[in-house]
Design a protein around this ligand. Sequence first.
Ligand SMILES: NC(=O)C1=CN([C@@H]2O[C@H](COP(=O)(O)OP(=O)(O)OC[C@H]3O[C@@H](n4cnc5c(N)ncnc54)[C@H](OP(=O)(O)O)[C@@H]3O)[C@@H](O)[C@H]2O)C=CC1
Ligand SMILES: CC(C)=CCC[C@@H](C)[C@H]1CC[C@H]2C3=C(CC[C@]12C)[C@@]1(C)CCC(=O)C[C@@H]1CC3
Length: 371
Amino acid sequence: MEKIVVVTGANSGIGLALCDRLLSEDGRLRLCLACRNMKRAEAARTALLACHGDARVDLLHLDVGSARSVLSAAEELKARYRRMDFLYLNAGIMPNPTVDIRAFFKGLFSRNVVNMFATAEGLLTQQDQLNSDGLQEVFATNLFGHFLLIRELEPLLCQPGHTSRLVWTSSSNARRSAFSIQDIQHRRGKEPYSSSKYASDMLSMALNKHKNQQGLFSSVICPGLVMTNLTYGILPSFFWTLIMPIMWLVGCSALYLFTSNFNLKPRLTTSPSRHTDPDFHQHFHAYAVQRSRGTGLYPAGVFRVHTSLRPGLRRGVNTNSCSGLSQHWLFLQKPESLDPRAKYQSLTSGLGTNYTEPRRVSNVCPRQILL
Ligand SMILES: NC(=O)C1=CN([C@@H]2O[C@H](COP(=O)(O)OP(=O)(O)OC[C@H]3O[C@@H](n4cnc5c(N)ncnc54)[C@H](OP(=O)(O)O)[C@@H]3O)[C@@H](O)[C@H]2O)C=CC1
Ligand SMILES: CC(C)=CCC[C@@H](C)[C@H]1CC[C@H]2C3=C(CC[C@]12C)[C@@]1(C)CCC(=O)C[C@@H]1CC3
C-alpha cells in the first residue's frame, strides 16, 4: 500500500532534505509538500522530480502561522486523501535572532562550553511579534498551527485498524526553564524559540498519552546544528566559516569525553552561487550542499564543503549527512518500538557515521501539560 506523507515547511533546509531522503527510500510514496510560498514549493518539487523522475509529489498551500490557512489546508487534505501515514511537523521560524557575544566569550572559557555549543543556552534571543490572529508569531508557527492541523486531520490520522505517525522537528535549544505555564506564548520573555520547542516536546508526549489507543503515535526529533536558511539568519555564511575552527576546537576538547549531548553537523557553502535567480539561490544552496553528487538539485556554481564534526575524535568529511536524518530513521521504525517520551537525536559517530539515538526530553514534564 502506498504511504501518504505530508511535510510542512518542505521547500527548503531540513524539510526538503527529508523529502529527498524519503523518496529515495520508498519509490511508491505519495508525498505532499505543505508550504506557505507556492513559488518556492514549485521550485522544490521541480528539484525533487529532477532526482526522482517518477515520484508522486503534490503541493499544498499551508501557512502554519495562520489559523485560517491551516483550516482550509486541512479541508483540502481531507478532500484529497483517505488516510495519512506520516505528518512531519517541520515548519519553524526563529525571527530576529541576536547572539549575545559577551555571553559567548564568557561561556567559551567556562565549564559550560560544550553545552553552550550544543544547546545555545544563554546565547540566543529573539524578537517576536503578533501575527494577524493576534498570537505570538513564534508559537503560532512552531506550535499552535501544527496542533490545529493535527486536530483537524484526526479523521485521516486516527483510523480504525491503521496507525499514523506525527514527527515534530524540535531542537536542542528546547529548554524547560524558557517555558512558563503562566505565559504560554512567551510574550514576556526573549527566548520564544526555545520555549516553543519545549512546548512541542510536551505536546508530543501529551498526544501519545491521549491518542496512542486510537492508532496515532507522535515522536520528537532533534537534528543537531544544520546549516539552513534558519542558521544563516543567525549569522551570515562567512561568519559561520570563520567560527568553524572554534567549533572544531570545542569539539576536540576533553570535555567531550564526559558528555554525550554535543553534536554539530555544520554544512557550509563557501562560494557564491552563479545561479541568477536570487530566490532559487536563497532556498536551494543550503539544501544543495547536502547532496553528495552534482545531481539536478545542484544550482550551477554552488560549492560544497560538507563537514561532519564529531568532537573529540577526528574531523570526518561526510558527503551525504541527510542519510542521518532522524526523521528518516523514524520513518523506518515500527511505532510500537518507539519511546513516547523520548527525543530522537541525529548524531554523528567519531568515524563520521550518522545514527539516531533516543534521549529523555529535558527535565520532567510539567503535570499541567500532560493532564
Ligand atoms: N537548522 C538547524 O540547525 C535546526 C533547525 N531546527 C528546526 O528545523 C525545522 C526546519 O528548519 P530549517 O530547515 O533549519 O530552516 P529553513 O528556514 O530552511 O526551513 C524552514 C521551513 O519552514 C517554512 N515555514 C516557516 N514559516 C512557515 C509558515 N508560517 N507556514 C509554512 N511554512 C513555514 C519555511 O518556508 P519559507 O521558505 O516560506 O520561509 C521553510 O520551508 C524548523 O522547525 C527548525 O526550528 C531544529 C534544530 C536545529
Ligand atoms: C563567535 C560567535 C558569536 C559564535 C556564536 C556561535 C553561535 C552562533 C552558535 C553556537 C551554538 C549554535 C546553536 C544554534 C544557533 C547558533 C549557535 C547559537 C541553534 C540554536 C540553531 C537552531 C536550533 O534549533 C538549535 C541550535 C543549537 C546550537
